[in-house]
Write a protein that binds this ligand. Structure first.
Ligand code: AHR
Length: 320
């Protein structure tokens, strides 16, 4: 009888082990599902960012639920709620503006879904509402643009500024970094400033109005918060008979291929890089979260500054 009981216990233990192994291996092979809310397609930078995220998800076999918010925060909030309803493993998003996220992030936390911030951050009082933030240091980008300008202009510049989307992290931070450096140079002043919403069309429209203003002649420099707005402004200058890159110095941010082409043609003077190809880092974080591995709260993307003299050599190497 005792022998029979021991034998039965051994069989039960074996079955339990088989069940556990099957469970562990099915968890390991389970497809990761990520919900990603993208801002829209306002710029060449954004297009490259979307492509990097989609191609990296496909390469790793991650199921990506991608939602384009068409530049509206309300669409992003709706998308985030639908990811919760669908029970995705991780939610990632690039917030169009900094504020107004706390309620939806609390809902996501309640549903126990980890959040990764991609490209732009949020202003929240409780940073446990997201796991990690991967993106550029926008303040530093603004500083780099101003430092380049101070060096090139000898500290003398009357600046027209094309600001990014109002209340967005890159618009706030780039302005902050730029003005921080300007404070050291009394000969450098922002004389005009208006939002071009990070788009080429709006950049052109705003530059046209700057050039039509009675005091347009004082403008020696354009600082555009992104390349697309600078490219639109270049068109406006050419149509107004102003030589971009010569009559007006231009510094912008992103480092998209179009900016390098404009630099090679002598129409843009400097672009401060902002790297959109963060798909690999994003999914490294997603995989770490799923594997319960620790992550830094912040990962800063490494970037450079490129001038006209480097454009021709750099152009063939540009990936976006
Ligand atoms: O958040 C990154 C910024 O958003 C890029 O500089 C700009 O081109 C984009 O629209």
């Amino acid at each position: 009888m005792n022998r029979l009981i021991t034998f039965r216990n051994k069989i039960l233990a074996l079955l339990a082990l088989i069940a556990l192994t099957a469970d562990v291996s099915s968890a390991a092979s389970k497809k990761i599902i990520v919900g990603f809310s993208q801002i829209g397609a306002e710029s060449g930078w954004r297009t490259a960012n979307t492509e990097s995220i989609k191609s990296e998800a496909a390469r790793r076999g991650v199921e990506l639920k991608f939602a384009d918010a068409q530049q509206k925060q309300e669409n992003q909030i709706k998308a985030l709620r639908s990811f919760v309803a669908q029970g995705v493993d991780v939610i990632a998003f690039s917030p169009i503006v900094e504020t107004g996220w706390e309620p939806v992030l609390r809902e996501i936390k309640k549903a126990k879904i980890p959040v990764v911030l991609s490209d732009r951050s949020v202003a929240v009082t409780d940073d446990s509402l997201y796991v990690t933030f991967i993106g550029s240091d926008f303040v530093e980008e603004g500083r780099r643009a101003a430092n380049w300008l101070a060096k090139t202009s000898g500290g003398k510049a009357m600046i027209a500024e094309l600001v990014g989307t109002p209340a967005s992290a890159p618009a706030i931070d780039r302005k902050k970094g730029f003005e921080e450096v300007l404070a050291k140079y009394p000969g450098m002043k922002i004389v005009k400033s208006q939002s071009g919403d990070f788009t080429r069309a709006k950049g052109k429209e705003v530059m046209e109005s700057f050039l039509k203003s009675p005091d347009a002649k004082q403008i020696t420099t354009l600082f555009a918060h992104n390349d697309d707005m600078a490219l639109g402004a270049i068109q406006a200058m050419e149509e107004a008979g102003v030589r971009p890159g010569k009559d007006i110095l231009i510094v912008s941010i992103d480092g998209v291929r179009g900016a390098f082409e404009a630099m090679a043609a002598g129409k843009l003077n400097c672009t401060v890089e902002c790297n959109p190809l963060i798909g690999p880092q994003l999914f490294d974080s997603v995989e770490a979260i799923v594997a319960h591995k620790p992550l830094p709260k912040r990962t800063v993307v490494q970037e450079g500054v490129f001038e006209q003299s480097q454009a021709a050599a750099e152009l063939p190497k540009r990936k976006y």
